[in-house]
Write a protein that binds this ligand. Sequence first.
Ligand SMILES: NC(=O)c1ccc[n+]([C@@H]2O[C@H](COP(=O)([O-])OP(=O)(O)OC[C@H]3O[C@@H](n4cnc5c(N)ncnc54)[C@H](OP(=O)(O)O)[C@@H]3O)[C@@H](O)[C@H]2O)c1
Length: 308
Amino acid sequence: MLVLIVGITGNVGQKLVEPLRKRGAQVRGLARHKSKMNSDNLLALESFHDMEAWHDVPAIRKALRGVDTVICAYGPVPELVLEGQLLLVRLMEEQGISRFIPAAWNLDWTALDWGDIVYYDLFLATQRQLAVSPTIKPLYVFIGFFAETFFSLPSLGVFNPATHGVWDSNDGAPRAEFWGTGDEKWQITTEQEAAEFTAALVCDQSRQSGRYRYCSWEYSIKEIAAVYEKEKGIAVRLEPQGTLDDLKAIAAADQHELGLSRFWEWMGYTYQIHHMSGKALMTTRDDNLYPEVKKVGLGQFLREYPEI
Ligand SMILES: NC(=O)c1ccc[n+]([C@@H]2O[C@H](COP(=O)([O-])OP(=O)(O)OC[C@H]3O[C@@H](n4cnc5c(N)ncnc54)[C@H](OP(=O)(O)O)[C@@H]3O)[C@@H](O)[C@H]2O)c1
């Protein structure tokens, strides 16, 4: 099977190469900057195709030739989620390619309503377009938060209190801002496990479309702090911010003041609202679908990243 990874130079794209190859797939890459590829990954590819940007139609057409499955690993940028993916899908249809893993690896947005988390509106719109396509067969993967994003590891996403997230490593004196009781669960997955699960799904030819859900850990912030304290022997300062209703009020005020065009500045609140209320939580999971995808414990993950 020949798999094309579009946006292969990103965090997720690069992590997919080895898990796909070890399951017997040939991997082709398409991205803007070949120099960003890890050299082992580059050598392992069937081929690498350069593109100018997401709207480089000739490059995309060329990269799609002979491909069985397309994984879109574009980064979290609105124009890539909607326009970039719709163009990619249009060109897949042209070449009769149907099997598609859209960029997701998100909180579970399938029960969300339009406007709940505005960035996810773009995924809902893309999903609707794919659903009415007579040819495209999408396989969506939901994973909650990436662990790397939840803990705001450098260049792997940010969800710290400055962006209305939770965890602040604070130079070795960690603290966490939370809303509600602190017993609400967070669903978190490492990028590597998300890539392993996705690769297993892609290489399982019996799976032609559908929604799949995987998560490494489901812990409250109090439980995360307890694991942290046990692993590192350092206390975590837990800082309650108010109730869910307080959070909704502050989010609504910020949204009203800053508007949609500055959604990145207030969106963190809305992730928290819909995670806490359960509307963006995965209620069923496929963690056991591929037993070879091994879970790394939170303690081990924390040991691997002394900067957290
Ligand atoms: N649940 C979570 O906590 C969470 C957190 C982060 C991301 N995600 C999801 O994970 C997926 C992948 O994210 P990531 O962190 O791997 O992304 P990333 O590292 O930021 O980038 C992925 C790819 O997008 C490419 N790209 C960026 N702008 C482009 C453009 N204008 N035209 C063409 N290509 C462009 C990048 O190319 P260059 O290398 O050339 O820049 C790179 O190959 C996204 O779908 C996102 O929704 C989820």
